[in-house]
Design a protein around this ligand. Structure first.
Ligand SMILES: N[C@@H](CCC(=O)N[C@@H](CS)C(=O)NCC(=O)O)C(=O)O
Length: 212
């Protein structure tokens, strides 16, 4: 069985959403990303992830896979009939990778990581100014489209859903982008997405963190 190391409402939420959308049973292990402890057994999470970062997917053969873009595509390819990624060779596969990369770098690392992680220490004016330009890209793309890639839900939607959810605690109100706001509502109405979020929000409340 696949195992996912996650932290509630961190970027590993996208992997949980993908697993649940695909109907793949998995074991979930909470790794505390501030204390770097695996909650199950109090072991050092850096023994699992050299960066001490989630997500980590442990494959059936015991290999570990990190990086959301890779983990999400792996999950999609475990269950191709769930159509969570276009097949290799389909031009849309590159569109999927384009979005996964955009979300992981331009939204997550360039904005959410410094603002949510380190909080506003006065040096964040540039990321805050740039995020408006960044979010204009998916906003324009999603005007008149239901999903990021093709005509059905893919792992890119799982990734963007997580990123959009985190914008509010990072101080950005997405109501200023009606297409993003409507998209997030649509995604959250999906039973698997809703269940994944409810599960992680409940867990998050039980965990003391240095960043709320
Ligand atoms: N590039 C990685 C980033 C993973 C990442 O930064 N995860 C955060 C949670 S959203 C984390 O675990 N951070 C802990 C740390 O950096 O110490 C990915 O896309 O998976």
């Amino acid at each position: 069985m696949l195992k996912l190391y996650f932290f509630p409402m961190a970027c590993s939420l996208a992997s949980r959403i993908a697993l649940m959308e695909a109907g793949i049973e998995a074991q979930y292990h909470l790794a505390h990303i501030w204390t770097k402890k695996v909650v199950d057994d109090d072991s050092d999470f850096r023994g699992i992830s050299p960066m001490g970062a989630v997500p980590v997917l442990v494959l059936e053969n015991g290999d570990r896979l990190t990086e959301s873009a890779a983990v999400l595509q792996y999950i999609a390819d475990v269950k191709p009939e769930a159509s969570l990624a276009p097949p290799f060779g389909d031009p849309d596969r590159y569109r999927l990778q384009e979005w996964l990369s955009f979300i992981g770098t331009e939204i997550h690392k360039a904005f959410l990581f410094p603002t949510f992680w380190y909080k506003d220490d006065g040096s964040l004016a540039k990321p805050r100014a740039r995020i408006t330009q960044t979010l204009a890209v998916p906003s324009a793309h999603l005007a008149g489209r239901e999903f990021l890639v093709g005509n059905s839900f893919t792992v890119a939607d799982a990734h963007l859903t997580w990123a959009l959810l985190m914008l509010r605690p990072a101080g950005i109100d997405i109501a200023q982008w009606p297409s993003l706001s409507a998209y997030l509502d649509r995604m959250q109405a999906r039973p698997a997405v809703r269940d994944a979020i409810v599960t992680e929000m409940a867990l998050r409340k039980t965990i003391a963190t240095s960043a709320a």
